[in-house]
Design a protein around this ligand. Structure first.
Ligand SMILES: [Fe+2]
Length: 189
């Protein structure tokens, strides 16, 4: 089930404030098991992301949203995704992985769906997350993410998947057909 949390204020004076984007990546690199979603939330919530740290992973493409990998091991991967207004994912699930998404900059729209083998895919809910917003997908959540074409600004999101994403399953509204989809290779590894 998808949940929504609120990222702590950038001005927080808590001791966790010293945990940086690099520290987050390092904490994931040394993992020897698949982190559960609450663990990912805890890590992201204590992380303060500076623009300088995220800068090497930024870049926009004309056709599709772009993916920039920060780290990947057997158990978990972390990516920065950059979206122009109007760019979005297909309707998909994570085929056995769970994932956390943090909005660094811009506006993210997430639509969730319900699947029934008899009646096909149906709309479930829709929501908006702004900078500081944190959301997650448990197995087997089906969703679509995107930067709304009316946002007027680029979107930068940080994604952690455990285990790393392989081939995803994609869906079509009103259809019970499930297709396979391999996300584009990251532009920067
Ligand atoms: Fe997803």
């Amino acid at each position: 089930m998808a949940v929504e949390l609120r990222h702590q204020s950038e001005t927080s004076s808590e001791s966790g404030g010293s945990f940086s984007f690099k520290d987050l990546a390092k904490a994931l690199v040394v993992r020897q098991s698949i982190p559960r979603l609450p663990e990912l939330y805890q890590l992201i919530e204590r992380t303060r992301i500076s623009q300088a740290e995220v800068q090497p992973y930024l870049g926009l493409k004309a056709g599709n949203y772009s993916r920039h990998r920060v780290m990947r091991n057997e158990f978990v991967e972390m990516l920065v995704l950059c979206w122009k207004p109007g760019q979005r994912t297909p309707i998909h699930d994570h085929n056995g992985s769970h994932g956390a998404v943090f909005v660094h900059e811009g506006i993210l729209w997430e639509t969730t769906f319900e699947y029934d083998a008899e009646t096909g895919l149906a709309y479930k809910a829709h929501r908006e997350l702004r900078a500081g917003g944190l959301t997650g997908s448990e197995v087997p959540d089906i969703h679509q993410l995107g930067n709304p074409d009316v946002s007027g600004q680029d979107l930068i999101t940080i994604h952690i998947y455990a285990p790393p994403l392989g081939v995803l399953k994609t869906y079509k509204l009103g259809s019970s057909t499930i297709d396979l989809y391999t996300p584009a290779d990251p532009d920067f590894l």
